[in-house]
Write a protein that binds this ligand. Structure first.
Ligand SMILES: [Zn+2]
Length: 1174
């Protein structure tokens, strides 16, 4: 129903009346008739009346295409009559007051800013300027300014800044005019150039006049003035001006006034704005100093701690931010941040990290507060964002390899074959004729064949220079305890390589020192063996704290065992088939540490049994970080409450053991231990400092220490205060690991996730940027956690992650050999000796040949090689647990394992960095370097394990046996789940802008198969976290070098989370050793499937093998459905594991010719669709 519109005047509908008026205006503009002021006044006043009374006319004026805004602005530009101008300004004000930002946007886009600024300038030339006009222009500018990104620049260029400032100065008490002027000023100030210019014009002082003293009148005025001031104080020059006028103190006292008077919290916005000013003024060093001198810490602390209402959180957050920023920076309470232990290197390459480190001038650690660079501390709010990670990802994006030549795998740069021949000895299986083995003529190792004797290990290569012939034969079996045999050669090497030396303050490394005499008593060995004294058998003790448990009889476990009753060891043999406490002590004796440890930690001695119950990722309690930070600030406010009692200190000649019942006792002097110092700060709170990696001054992350003398039921707070990474999974639900001896002896020998109130934040400790090697990260971070101990007289151990020592590895290898299933060919060689004098084990695992006849032996010799390595980074202990899972599976008796062994020849180096592991390093070897950055040019006497691992691969390559798969096991501290990094030219090119000829991009997709299989098989594995790009910064890693130089297409880094999973079956759970071991086993299963996909010939020539494999897989699943074993060391197929249905991967399989119709390669999403877990 169209009702005719009501006619108001002369039959013209109201809807067009305003348009008619507009039309008149437009004509007048066009004919320059605005001088007819009377008419224009009338028209504009009519329009004003209409829009004041009828909303729809406003709409008509501003709808798209009406042209209303243009006409109005043109009129304003041309008008000379004051009343007309005022009318138009009022019209604009009416129009822009409602309708949200859209109408303002229209006004800006039609050039409103310029017209208004021009009007401002021209009107300012009258004296005095018309107040009403100024008022109206400013309130319009205040509206459109924030919507015009160029507003600040336009205002400066037209000279409007000064007009507004002068107007303000003349009208400080004219509140009506003041408000719109200040609002405009606030917009001006957002531009940093304007801020400087306004500051020079005295605006900072002007704002102080407006904001103080405290008054509840004109709060809106005050708010705008404070915001303007806040913006101005972002300029360093303005901040300095304010500091010089003692205005930091003024701001503090105004804040206090508001805090006292605003008891009903009606003006929190004003209070927030005052804090905003303080926050900006303290960005400068001078500002922070003034803040401290004005007692700012106490004022903000006191005002924050009495704000219980959650709605005031923003005040507390900002206060806390300011206080943290102003907290005086301290150096760590250490003589030097260089590692407490020094290991003399065979040679120190000039310009290398070690030479740099020890050439630093003394005192270089000293903190310099040089952060006067507005390095705005990130606002760490409670719901801590993961932005940093995003930033990191962005930074990584710049890291993609863009040199197409480097993306082309290039072979050929290798050592001459004559030199590589030395590695032949590690491939006995390729020349062995198996005549002396008792091989029954059964089918491929179905468990009938008796275990073969372990082939004699070859001699270790001691001096792998290529020219020098290998040294005379030497037993590669675990070395006898030092001194028992005492070969002179060994002694020499101890003297040269293993002299431990306390690194004292200011002491610097003498390059290549000869045998270092030990200072009497001043060694790192508090008791027991003096390494270079006439050698006596090394005795290992269980940590001394245990004697207080009444468990220890007579000072430790004696050599040769026999005193099994010494310590109540829970009988875990059945549960922990690879663990044997006595054997552990035995092997630990031959492990060589730089500090010459004489103790073993109880958890390593007794073993770890994965707990039965799941350990959820911890939910973060609201406000934890703030509470912790306030407790830290209290140290400054109430220094009298702080004990500052050093209770443990490796830097002291004889590390003090305080036993006064008032303090906890600490110990870290055992294999893989890391804790340098403990300071009791309050009765139940301790600051802990970690040791740097040997021959370095950083990489603090791994920790492992013992605590005793605790009180039951009391929460203890521990702060590790020299963490270095900008963020940590401790902020996202990860807990520390604890092992209680009391729990262990009552039958639960296990590491468990523990700790409450965990958080990770930047603290007030710092180092100079020189000491940090020019790095930006000068600040340290605190990782804090709280533990309430349950048992009296307990001894507890804490660790960053499940410990796995080198001695544990040696023990596990020995047990694996003993328990090895029938038909397994398992050989342990010593690849080489490490800098610290430890053997680096190399394993060869495959199936014994079916018989000693040529066909079977040739079959063995033709098996593709799978090369696995791990634990190049000592702090990534999870890699060792994954490796344990792999090794147990590989040597086990399951039908799958049997098939796998028949398919492949495995070469495994389970621990590439034994020295780092033994000495409690986080990332480096004894050379102070990250070994996973040395694969391009490993130096034989500095990086022996890498040099020889690469040598093995080069040898394989030279004999045309390059591995089918190479995989290096790692741990990841920032991401969840397990995932892989691989190498793909195509995927790297996609991520960059390289113009690669398309022929370069024909790349086999085979590198994706293994990760895809894993994402189907292993619940912890996440395909979406995988990446296959080649980064420049990773060009010296195992993965990239093995891919590029050795042409291994399937070259991977497998990263396991230290925290937990956020997808799949383990979603929401922290990772444990059971899951890690399972991962290692699943990798084996995936390899078996990969084999099927990559060896189509098998289908024909060995079809019985293939069928057999399928049978056993299905069989295994059937049995698993019925019974689930609970042994943590046995691979357990998950109940809801994807059924092993035939997924068609064949399109991406490189050699599969059997395909009928080549399908599209499976995309991730397709895979996920088939994954019942997703
Ligand atoms: Zn790593």
């Amino acid at each position: 129903m169209n009702k005719p519109k009501m006619a108001l005047e002369k039959g013209v509908p109201s809807s067009s009346r305003v348009l008619m008026l507009l039309g008149q205006l437009e004509r007048m503009n066009g004919e320059a008739m605005l001088s007819e002021s009377e008419v224009s006044r009338q028209i504009t006043s009519k329009i004003l009346h209409l829009i004041q009374t009828q909303e729809k006319t406003r709409k008509e004026l501003t709808t798209k295409g009406s042209g209303g805004m243009e006409v109005i602005l043109a009129t304003l530009e041309n008008a000379r009559d004051l009343q007309t101008i005022l009318n138009i300004l009022c019209i604009l004000n009416e129009l822009l007051s409602v309708g949200g930002g859209r109408r303002i946007g229209v006004c800006v886009s039609k050039g409103g800013t310029a017209v208004l600024l021009q009007l401002l300038i021209s009107s300012s030339k009258e004296t005095p300027p018309n107040e009403e006009l100024m008022l109206n222009v400013h309130s319009l500018l205040a509206k459109i300014g924030p919507k015009d990104r160029k507003f600040g620049v336009k205002a400066r260029l037209t000279g409007a800044l000064n007009v507004t400032v002068n107007l303000l100065k003349q009208n400080v008490h004219n509140n009506k005019l003041l408000l719109p002027c200040l609002q405009v000023l606030r917009v001006y100030s957002a531009n940093s150039v304007n801020a400087v210019s306004l500051g020079k014009n005295g605006v900072v002082e002007l704002m102080f006049k407006v904001i103080g003293p405290y008054s509840k009148k004109n709060t809106s005025l005050m708010k705008v003035a404070l915001d303007t001031l806040g913006a101005l104080l972002k300029s360093k020059m303005n901040a300095r001006r304010a500091v010089e006028r003692a205005q930091v103190a003024t701001l503090l006292s105004i804040y206090q006034d508001w805090h006292r008077n605003d008891t009903r919290h009606r003006h929190t916005l004003i209070r927030k704005s005052i804090l905003g000013c303080l926050k900006n003024v303290t960005n400068s060093k001078l500002g922070r100093k003034a803040f401290i001198e004005a007692d700012g810490m106490r004022i903000l602390y006191n005002t924050s701690t009495c704000l219980p209402v959650r709605t005031l959180d923003s005040l507390v957050s900002t206060s806390s931010l300011i206080m943290r920023k102003c907290f005086p920076k301290n150096r760590l309470p250490l003589p030097t941040i260089k590692s407490v232990y020094l290991h003399a290197l065979p040679h120190v390459p000039a310009g290398g990290p070690v030479a740099q480190l020890y050439n630093q001038p003394p005192g270089v650690d000293d903190v310099v507060d040089e952060s006067d660079d507005n390095e705005d501390m990130e606002l760490e709010t409670e719901n801590d964002t993961e932005n940093e990670e995003d930033d990191k990802d962005k930074a990584e994006n710049d890291d993609f390899e863009t040199d197409i030549a480097k993306l082309r795998p290039r072979q050929g740069q290798t050592r001459p074959f004559d030199e590589l021949r030395v590695y032949e000895r590690f491939f006995l299986e390729l020349s062995e004729d198996f005549q002396e083995f008792d091989l029954t003529d059964s089918k491929a190792g179905v468990g009938v064949t008796p275990a073969p004797p372990l082939p004699k290990p070859p001699k270790p290569i001691l001096v792998p220079s290529g020219q020098a012939p290998p040294k005379p034969p030497q037993e590669a079996a675990p070395k006898p305890p030092r001194g028992e045999t005492g070969e002179p050669l060994e002694l020499e090497s101890i003297g040269l390589k293993c002299a431990p030396e306390k690194l004292l303050q200011g002491e610097s490394l003498r390059p290549v020192p000869p045998a270092q005499p030990l200072q009497g008593g001043g060694t790192a060995t508090p008791r027991g063996l003096e390494p270079l004294e006439p050698l006596e058998p090394l005795e290992l003790e269980l940590s001394s704290s245990l004697s207080r448990l009444g468990l220890e009889g007579g000072g430790g476990v004696e050599d040769g065992g026999g005193e099994q009753g010494v310590l109540e060891v829970p009988d875990t043999a059945a549960l922990l088939p690879l663990h044997d406490p006595e054997l552990y002590i035995q092997v630990a004796k031959s492990t060589r540490s730089v500090p010459s440890y004489t103790e073993v930690a109880y958890p390593d001695y007794c073993g770890h049994l994965a707990p039965g119950s799941p350990e959820p990722i911890l939910e973060r309690v609201y406000g934890v970080q703030r509470t912790k930070i306030f407790q830290d600030i209290e140290r400054l406010i109430h220094p009298g409450d702080i004990l500052d009692k050093v209770v443990y200190d490796l830097d002291l000649q004889s590390c003090p053991v305080i036993d006064d019942g008032e303090s906890l006792k600490f110990n870290s002097q055992f294999e893989s231990g890391n804790l340098r110092k403990a300071v009791q700060v309050r009765k139940y709170e301790y600051d802990l400092i970690l040791n740097s990696d040997i021959n370095s001054n950083h990489y603090h992350q791994w920790f492992y220490f013992e605590v005793s003398s605790m009180r039951v039921g009391t929460p203890y707070r521990f702060n590790i205060i020299n963490c270095e990474k900008a963020n940590s999974q401790f902020n996202y639900g990860m807990q520390v690991l604890m092992y209680s001896v009391q729990e262990a002896i009552s039958g639960r020998p296990q590491w468990g996730r523990t700790g409450q109130d965990i958080c990770y934040y930047k603290n007030h400790f710092s180092r100079s940027s020189i000491a940090a090697g020019g790095q930006k990260g000068k600040s340290y971070y605190t990782m804090t956690f709280t533990v309430t101990f349950q048992y009296k007289e307990d001894v507890c151990y804490f660790a960053y992650h499940y410990p796995y020592t080198f001695s544990t590895l040696k023990m596990h290898l020995q047990k694996l050999q003993e328990k090895c299933a029938d038909g397994v060919y398992l050989r342990e060689d010593v690849l080489c000796e490490t800098l610290g004098g430890n053997p680096c084990p190399l394993l060869t695992i495959t199936a014994m040949p079916d018989s000693a006849n040529t066909t079977h032996i040739n079959q063995l010799r033709s098996r593709p090689v799978v090369f696995l390595t791990g634990r190049v980074h000592p702090g990534e202990t999870n890699a060792s647990w994954v490796m344990k899972g792999t090794l147990e599976f590989l040597t086990g008796s399951s039908p799958l394992a049997q098939s796998l062994r028949a398919c492949f020849l495995f070469k495994v180096i389970p621990m590439l960095n034994p020295d780092g592991v033994i000495n409690g390093n986080h990332r480096c070897s004894l050379s102070g370097e990250d070994l996973n950055r040395q694969w391009q040019h490993p130096i034989p006497d500095l990086h022996p394990t890498i040099y020889h691992a690469k040598g093995l691969l080069q040898y394989l390559n030279a004999i045309q046996r390059a591995p089918l798969v190479f995989c290096d096991y790692h741990g990841h501290s920032r991401k969840k789940n397990v995932f892989m990094y691989g190498c793909s030219v195509k995927e790297t090119v996609w991520q960059t802008n390289i113009n690669a000829p398309s022929c370069e991009l024909h790349e086999d997709l085979g590198y994706r198969t293994l990760p895809k299989l894993l994402s189907q098989l292993a619940p912890a594995f996440s395909m979406s976290s995988c990446s296959f790009v080649v980064e420049r910064s990773k060009e010296a890693t195992a993965r990239v070098v093995v891919w590029r130089e050795l042409g291994v297409q399937r070259s991977y880094t497998m990263e396991s989370t230290l925290c937990g999973c956020d997808q799949g079956k383990y979603k929401g759970l922290q990772i444990g050793t059971r899951e890690l071991e399972e991962m290692g086993a699943q990798l084996c299963v995936a390899l078996l499937r990969l084999h099927r996909l990559t060896s189509p010939l098998e289908l024909h020539t060995h079809s019985h093998t293939h069928t057999h494999m399928l049978e056993v897989e299905n069989e295994l699943i059937e049995t698993q459905r019925c019974s689930v074993t609970t042994s943590p060391t046995t691979y357990v197929l998950a109940e809801d594991e994807p059924v092993l249905e035939e997924v068609d991967y064949s399109a991406e399989s490189d050699t599969d010719h059997d395909l009928q119709d080549p399908a599209e390669p499976l995309s991730d999403s397709e895979l996920n669709d088939k994954d019942p877990l997703s």
